[in-house]
Design a protein around this ligand. Sequence first.
Ligand code: PGA
Length: 220
Amino acid sequence: MKKQFIIANWKSNKTGKETQEWLEEFTVHSSLLREDTIVIVCPPFPLLPAVSHYFMQHHENLAVGSQDISPFPEGSYTGAVSGKLLHEFATYAIIGHSERRNYFHENTEELAKKVALALSCGITPVYCISEKGEKIPQGVQIVAYEPITAIGSGSPEDPAAVEAVASFIKQKNSVVYVLYGGSITPENVNQYTSLPSIHGVLVGGASLSSSTFAEIIHHA
Ligand code: PGA
């Protein structure tokens, strides 16, 4: 069976109370979890401890990820969250999401530092790219291909085009898993997870409702 990753990227959404509600509702659906599927929830930084604590008690295939990581080690870097600290709560980190590149001006050089930092702290990077030719830093095993026009637009990329890009990425890099992200819903997820070169999905908007996210897992 093909191993796959279903990742929830909550972005800058949810309060502590909303997170508790999401988790409680999600547990009802935890019988949907399958052995071949790793479900990773990536909440904002302050919610990582709550999600991590809850998941540890519930299922071994549930994991926690951060949405970013500092490019620096721990030290005098005001406002940054170090990999060493993140590692207490998260086993994955999304790095290079197009919103980070766009709104926070992160460039390839900084992203390579983030990847190196994550790896040195035992955190697995999920490296996002929006074009097939984008440089992928050394050591990255999981790449999420997310075309800009597909993110949050309700217009997902054509599955055949996604397959072509995913197989190209695998040929050119030592990447093990390529995921697709951009307007994933319970209705369309299987069109992507059934592609031979795709090993899962990165879900934004549709992950904010636990029942919709559970449906995505069910149909993946
Ligand atoms: P979307 O976001 O599912 O809301 O399109 C995906 C992402 O930005 O990772």
